[in-house]
Write a protein that binds this ligand. Structure first.
Ligand code: BMP
Length: 263
């Protein structure tokens, strides 16, 4: 696997994408490659979990459209917590429309995602125009995009040529696209350094009865060469143990990274 033996700090020094540099430096500074997926439906719960898990994570992943009582103050408070605890925010919007539509979905509407999410993501099914549309809005704001090149679920169609073409699209937009949601590392040459953020990570279960498939942090980081582990129910599914679980996954992810780099 290419580039996986390098430290996050070394990769930050050389990375061509500003958002990736910020994330890699943050990961090194905080000694965390853990992203929490906070898939809860109330503002108070989301903020409480963000506050408790904040010290252990590099990235907070949201599905902002599932919050029943969303308001602009939620975003203000998330931004304050991000500064206080030193994490970045990733809105898992999974854009999937034509360029002209996604740029409005990204910049406008109720959520105004581009104004607060450092990172968002997109499916590649519409072709490269989706990146052009999102880039028009996100790049001037210093935002970064990741592409879904490989999903974690059983029977996902994101495989073979679809994955190969998704990587080729990213390669042509490295000012804005810096990585993938995937289950494996995607680099093909030593010059390439796409980050892989990987969901479907769990220490206690193998699936959820709805297609999700879990690997351990060690498997994700060491065997599959991924860079950031995304953990949802493994943490927020234990509401009375958010800090304990966040620390547990943070330690498992970081130990795996140290093993991979032979540090
Ligand atoms: P959990 O750890 O509870 O299974 O949550 C995984 C999170 O990652 C969810 O927010 C889901 O939307 C997201 N996700 C995924 O599980 N698989 C993918 O391929 C892409 C995702 O964004």
């Amino acid at each position: 696997m290419i580039n996986t033996f390098k430290t996050y700090a070394d990769r930050a020094q050389q990375h061509p994408n500003a958002c990736a540099r910020d994330l890699l430096m943050l990961m090194e500074r905080k000694k965390s490659n853990l992203s929490i997926a906070v898939d809860v439906t109330s503002k108070a719960e989301l903020l409480s979990i963000a506050n408790q898990a904040g010290p252990y994570i590099c990235l907070l992943k949201t599905h902002i459209d599932i919050v029943d009582d969303f308001d602009a103050d939620l975003v203000d408070q998330l931004e304050t917590l991000a500064k206080q605890h030193d994490f970045m925010i990733f809105e898992d919007r999974k854009f999937a429309d034509i360029g002209n539509t996604v740029k409005r979905q990204y910049g406008n509407g109720v959520y105004k995602i581009a104004s607060w999410a450092h990172i968002t993501n997109a499916h590649t099914v519409p072709g490269e125009g989706i990146i052009d549309g999102l880039k028009e809005v996100g790049l001037p704001l210093g935002r970064g995009l990741i592409l879904l090149s490989e999903m974690s679920t059983k029977g996902a169609l994101t495989k073979g040529d679809y994955t190969v073409e998704s990587v080729a699209m990213a390669r042509r937009h490295q000012d804005f696209v810096f990585g993938f949601i995937a289950q494996h590392q995607m680099n093909e040459t030593p010059d390439e350094d796409f980050l892989v953020l990987t969901p479907g990570v769990g220490l206690d279960v193998k699936g959820d009865g709805m297609g999700q498939q879990y690997h351990t942090p060690h498997d994700a980081i060491v065997s599959r060469g991924c860079d950031v582990i995304i953990v949802g129910r493994g943490i927020y599914g234990h509401p009375d143990q958010i800090q304990t679980q966040a620390q547990r996954y943070r330690d498992a992810g970081w130990d795996a990274y140290l093993e991979r780099c032979k540090l």
